[in-house]
Design a protein around this ligand. Structure first.
Ligand SMILES: Cc1cc2nc3c(=O)[nH]c(=O)nc-3n(C[C@H](O)[C@H](O)[C@H](O)COP(=O)(O)OP(=O)(O)OC[C@H]3O[C@@H](n4cnc5c(N)ncnc54)[C@H](O)[C@@H]3O)c2cc1C
Length: 337
């Protein structure tokens, strides 16, 4: 376990916001985490758990303890001729895990290649990309209770996954720390390449293999998304709004070319398109900007603080509200110190 005082979080958030935490603690095992949760330091201070910091926006210094898991390990716990179940430590880098699965030809996570962050956040966020969501492959989640340090395991159904959402972000917010995740993957399964841009990209490859799907996804992401080490960002800043049929009909009447995906009886509209229609794509405001290739991504051009990003986000939300009558909801977790 490592403890740091007055620690700069600059390298622990992909937005590149320079804030400090009173304490930053990295632990290596469930036992160390339990010991920490029962310590006076944790009893006397507020606490926030981070992963790779790729979906966070710190508004100011954090007056408390930031925890970070270094629990590693990828272990096959079940297997048949057609499937394998892997138990993966929360501190494993997400894309290292995906790369491992693709090398082994285990199917199910290849569409989620290149997503920054760590395995522990995957069930919290129900990460998704190119037509696949983490909920489709997560079978169980091991956690530790924050209030008493007890270990517990939840089934996928108990996690109540939704679009970039789970019970860990809502009713159980701040109550559990994820320590390991179980993924049920296929052996020699058929990859899902139905998603528009992936279906196009995969045509450049001689066959649809898990390794080729990974390469195709990485190629699309590389073209479309800014590299956080070069331009601070947290991926999609807003969630894609889901509207009912009545509202969608009204929107389609005014903007016949509006893109959409059917989501049951509702309609999901790309937030990036709405933002672009309001003229924000590529626009700079001081040290922050809306990315020129993907209007859903807000960027720190250098030296911005959390409020600069929030002010830009508020202006965008106001424009989208005025033009379309839709309230955009941030996907990024906003942390007030
Ligand atoms: C360039 C870029 C592209 C991205 N593309 C995508 C994409 O395609 N699809 C997508 O879904 N997301 C995407 N994201 C967002 C982000 O990568 C994911 O949300 C990711 O899962 C966050 O992981 P993290 O480890 O960085 O978590 P953090 O950002 O550190 O934390 C996110 C949330 O998870 C909680 N958390 C983290 N670890 C634990 C734990 N062990 N136990 C309990 N709670 C925990 C935190 O408290 C916080 O609420 C992108 C981000 C960037 C910067």
């Amino acid at each position: 376990m490592k403890t740091f005082e007055n620690y700069s979080l600059l390298n622990n958030n992909t937005f590149g916001i320079d804030v400090q935490a009173n304490y930053f603690i990295e632990y290596d095992s469930v036992e160390e985490l339990q010991q920490l949760l029962r310590s006076d330091l944790l009893r006397e201070n507020k606490m926030f758990h981070i992963g790779g910091g790729s979906n966070l926006l710190f508004i100011n210094d954090y007056q408390g303890v930031i925890l970070h898991s270094k629990i590693g390990g990828v272990e096959a716990v079940e297997g048949t001729r057609t499937k394998v179940v892997l138990r993966v430590g929360a501190g494993v880098v997400w894309d290292d895990f995906v790369a491992y699965c693709c090398t082994k030809n285990y199917g199910g996570v290849e569409n989620l290649s290149g997503i920054p962050g760590e395995v522990g956040a995957a069930p919290v966020q129900n990460i998704g990309a190119y037509g696949v969501e983490a909920k489709e492959v997560i079978s169980k989640v091991e956690c530790v209770r924050v209030d008493n340090g007890e270990e517990c395991t939840f089934t996928a159904a108990q996690c109540r996954f939704g679009y970039r959402d789970s019970v860990f972000k809502r009713d159980w917010k701040g109550q559990y720390i994820v320590t390991a995740v179980y993924f049920q993957l296929t052996k020699n399964g058929v990859p899902n390449v139905n998603y528009g841009s992936l279906a196009e990209e995969i045509k450049k490859y001689p066959e649809v293999t898990i390794a080729n799907v990974r390469d195709a996804v990485l190629a699309i992401r590389h073209r479309k998304l800014p590299e956080p080490k070069v331009l601070g960002n947290a991926g999609s800043f807003f969630m894609n709004p889901v509207v009912d049929a009545g509202k969608f009909k009204e929107l389609q009447g005014k903007w016949p070319s509006i893109p959409f995906y059917e989501a049951g009886k509702q309609f999901k509209v790309p937030a990036g398109w709405l933002i672009e229609q309001c003229g924000w794509k590529g626009k700079s405001v001081g040290k922050v900007a809306v990315h020129g290739s993907q209007a859903l991504v807000l960027i720190n051009k250098g030296g911005a603080n959390g409020l600069d990003i929030i002010n830009l986000s508020d202006s965008i939300r106001q424009s989208v509200r005025d033009k379309f009558g839709i309230d955009l909801v941030p996907e990024v977790n906003i942390i007030f110190g």
